[in-house]
Design a protein around this ligand. Structure first.
Ligand SMILES: [Zn+2]
Length: 482
């Protein structure tokens, strides 16, 4: 498999290089994808001749919203457990320029009278699947990716309208959606894409049917063609798949280290990748300046991930006390979700629902372990395959208050998540501070009717309570103007 894949890629690029400065006669030599080679050579020729380049992830055009002055707001800054005294906040371009309890000269800015409302950072979701909400698995696998991307585009706008200004996408082909949002083609959140979730044969993310076995070596299954998952069964294959995702623009890499709820073939208890395979991913991501996150519910899959150098564990609902202590001691991030009922598995079959019940049963113990060992913990929802469930994204924060105060929950969903996003370092597609209301931070802001620190339920009804939604200095929702 490995040698054939390398040969194919080498052949593709070799032909492209030759054809740029020469003629296209070599293209006929491409055994498998003459059209692809031809397009590649065209793109390369354009790059060399005209100086075009792919838009880089770090310098997407910022949507300049001019200047906005929020007057008379109480600020929840994303870190403090109390609101500020009445303040004024000036946004210039895409950043928060000034915060003061004294007057700020509007100097041409649009002035918004906050009338004592709360100004807070945009909410963020550290475990999201932008491509996998409005489409079911069957629809995703059976449809053109153009169609499912359009469905995801609608959901991206709805996500922003719920006040979620940033999401970390933990699996799915979200690169084009991210790019279109960043370029201003449609409203949506900032997306930290992982790209395809990398899995083993039979693992979480292997959506093949049994009749697809045995795998024809060198062939890709439908979910792999779509970029939803990538199957790898050796350290070499893992390296290849990780590097493909990095080339596509992943800001962090996601592997599935164990079974999952919505996996047709991998029970929750199984461990999948070997430590050597996980380490291959860690090394490839590290060379690229970023890190690996693993989907892992159980102690064995979490421990193996940590031994391999994984920096962030997704889920972990079924871990034991010793594993929680290990996560804390090693300074590993935990990105988990307050699964409090099996609603998330409502659209799935009875076997998946039974697995979901196990996870839900582990949620309470997990958050108690998190508190006991003070584990660095991010907030996410991991909502899948249901637009109706996605409408309850903010409810996840209400659910979190079974273990945290409203302020603690909101801090987690803003500044703490922002620290995890910043772990992407030089691969950060949105350099700048996210999740805080501070001078110099990115201007992702919500103006809220009422005080969410006193009443967390406000964030579960964004239509009514979020009067202004600003992302990157630009206002996407404003019901004060009406
Ligand atoms: Zn997930």
């Amino acid at each position: 498999m490995t040698s054939r894949t390398h040969e194919w890629h080498g052949g593709d690029w070799g032909l492209s290089m030759i054809s740029v400065g020469n003629s296209s006669s070599h293209l006929g030599l491409s055994r498998r994808a003459p059209k692809r080679a031809w397009l590649t050579s065209l793109a390369l020729a354009a790059t060399l001749a005209l100086g075009f380049s792919q838009p880089s992830r770090a310098d997407q055009p910022a949507s300049n919203g001019g200047a906005t002055l929020f007057q008379n707001v109480r600020v929840f800054n994303g870190k403090s457990t109390a609101l500020s005294a009445p303040s004024n906040v000036l946004v210039r371009g895409n950043t928060i320029a000034r915060i003061s309890t004294g007057p700020i000269d509007p100097a041409g800015a649009r002035v918004i009278d906050g009338a004592g409302r709360t100004l807070m950072p945009g909410l963020t979701d550290a475990h999201w699947h932008a491509m996998m909400i409005r489409a079911t698995p069957a629809l995703l696998l059976g449809s053109d990716v153009g169609y499912t991307t359009l469905l995801a585009a609608g959901e991206a706008t709805a996500t922003l309208m719920r006040g979620f200004t940033t999401v970390r996408d933990m699996g799915g082909p979200s690169f084009s959606l991210k790019r279109a949002i960043d370029e201003g083609a449609l409203p949506g959140p900032r997306i930290y894409p992982s790209g395809a979730m990398i899995t083993v044969t039979s693992g979480h993310g292997d959506f093949r049917q049994l009749i697809d076995l045995p795998r024809a070596m060198g062939e890709h299954s439908r979910v792999e063609e779509l970029g939803g998952a990538a199957i790898a069964d050796s350290p070499d294959e893992v390296r290849l798949r990780v590097r493909e995702q990095l080339m596509l623009g992943s800001s962090q890499i996601k592997l599935t280290a164990g079974g999952g709820v919505a996996s047709p073939h991998s029970p929750l208890d199984v461990a999948t990748f070997t430590e050597e395979e996980l380490h291959a991913a860690v090394e490839a991501a590290g060379n690229w300046g970023t890190f690996v996150c693993t989907h892992a519910y159980t102690s064995i899959s979490v421990q193996r991930s940590i031994a391999a150098g994984v920096k962030c564990i997704e889920h972990a609902h079924l871990i034991d006390d010793a594993t929680a202590r290990l996560i804390a001691e090693k300074g590993i991030w935990l990105s988990t979700q307050p699964f409090v009922d099996i609603g998330g598995a409502a659209a799935l079959g009875p076997a998946e629902q039974a697995q979901m019940r196990q996870v839900v049963a582990g949620t309470d113990r997990l958050y108690n372990l998190v508190r006991k060992y003070k584990i660095k913990t991010a907030f996410g929802t991991d909502i899948l395959f249901s637009q109706a469930l996605a409408e309850r994204q903010g409810q996840g924060l209400v659910d979190l208050t079974r273990w945290y105060t409203p302020a603690e929950a909101l801090i987690m969903a803003t500044s703490t998540n922002g620290e995890l996003f910043a772990m992407t370092g030089l691969r950060n597609p949105y350099p700048g501070k996210i999740g805080v209301v501070e001078e110099g931070a990115l201007a992702d802001l919500l103006l809220v009717d009422g005080d969410p620190l006193a009443d967390i339920k406000l964030v579960a009804d964004p239509d009514k309570n979020f009067r202004i939604i600003m992302k990157d200095g630009k206002i996407y929702k404003d019901t004060l103007a009406n």
